[in-house]
Design a protein around this ligand. Structure first.
Ligand SMILES: [Zn+2]
Length: 339
């Protein structure tokens, strides 16, 4: 006798999810989500720029039919409800826009996240399947300790409350990894040669505002060679750090973790940025509302800036002025083409 309550393995579930959405996608849509957004913003008629369609709304409820193996189990339907998804929603939106707006990026990002993941991700976003795309991220990219989940009767509740850099940025594998070597001047240092690899780009605000662009200065500081006192126990040598380099060449896009910056330090965000001698340009940002512990995102398509907020009834609006009372959580830059 099989157990009465049947929970599928995550890979099984994921496969079931993908195939069942492919089967049940009956609503005929002529345009992908990206084409739809682009058509709306480029519409000259101000009245007709309708972003009425709910785009990637907060949370999500999904009723999945258990796979063939589970047919004899009860219940046949398992509901999954998602909570506090804003820690991934804004980045999913930005990732989608970046991948659809830059022809070679899906292939490049696929090297790190897997070709199949990228294909599924684009397919689900293109076809407005917002809950499934979140499930894809949670099961394919996140580790279990990054979220809380409980089972209530026949429903699985997944709560993504937390920090968006933990839930999204850290799960981009080694795409943004940088490496810095260091050597201590003291010959008897217990660990003379060291190699530091960092998966994310956390840039610290300057101690005092530099005369030039503070963000470019902070990025330069992150990549530049430096000499500091060696921290090895009993060593009084100097540790010389080499220039920091990207482990796998300049990534198609970078996410700068800006959560330590105060808003007065960010009066100016540069459009162009040089990272380790490669040119990048501003594509988007994620924003944080401290009182509500809520994230939203801004990004640009065809020169128009848009603001996405999964909790708002109009999720996607054109941005005419900077959103107020929000702190910057991240800045997203894409690699400039070599042309
Ligand atoms: Zn040392």
């Amino acid at each position: 006798m099989e157990s009465k309550f049947c929970i599928l393995t995550e890979t099984e579930d994921l496969k079931t999810l993908i195939s069942s959405t492919e089967d049940s996608l009956q609503i005929e849509r002529t345009k992908t989500l990206f084409e739809e957004i682009r058509a709306s913003i480029n519409n000259n008629d101000e009245e007709d720029r309708s972003f009425w369609r709910p785009v990637l709304p907060w949370g999500g409820v999904y009723t999945i039919r258990a796979g063939r193996k589970a047919i004899s189990c009860t219940p046949l339907y398992v509901k999954i409800s998602l909570k506090n998804t804003c820690t991934i929603d804004g980045f999913l939106m930005i990732l989608y826009v970046i991948l659809r707006d830059n022809q070679s990026f899906p292939r490049e990002v696929g090297i790190f996240l897997g070709r199949q993941f990228v294909e599924h991700f684009l397919y689900l976003m293109d076809s407005y399947d917002y809950t499934t795309v979140k499930m894809l991220w949670i099961w394919d990219r996140m580790s279990k300790r990054q979220y809380r989940s409980v089972i209530h009767h026949a429903a699985l509740e997944i709560d993504l409350f937390g920090n968006e850099h933990e839930n999204f940025t850290k799960n981009l594998e080694t795409m943004m990894s940088t490496m810095q070597e260091s050597l201590c001047t003291n010959w008897s240092c217990p660990a003379r040669f060291q190699e530091f690899i960092q998966k994310t780009i956390n840039i610290n605000p300057p101690h005092e505002l530099p005369p030039r662009d503070p963000i470019q200065s902070a990025v330069d500081e992150f990549f530049c060679p430096k000499i500091i006192l060696c921290k090895e126990l009993g060593c009084n040598g100097l540790r010389e750090f080499s220039q920091r380099v990207f482990c796998h060449g300049p990534p198609p896009f970078v996410i700068l973790n800006m959560q330590l910056w105060k808003s007065e330090e960010l009066s100016y965000v540069p459009y162009h940025l040089a990272l380790s001698q490669h040119r990048y340009s501003l594509e988007g940002a994620t924003l944080f509302n401290k009182e509500e512990h809520h994230y939203s995102a801004a990004f640009q398509i065809d020169g128009y800036w848009m603001h996405y907020d999964g909790l708002r009834s109009d999720n996607l609006i054109l941005l005419n002025k900077p959103p107020e009372l929000l702190l910057l959580s991240s800045l997203v830059y894409i690699r400039a083409s070599d042309k």
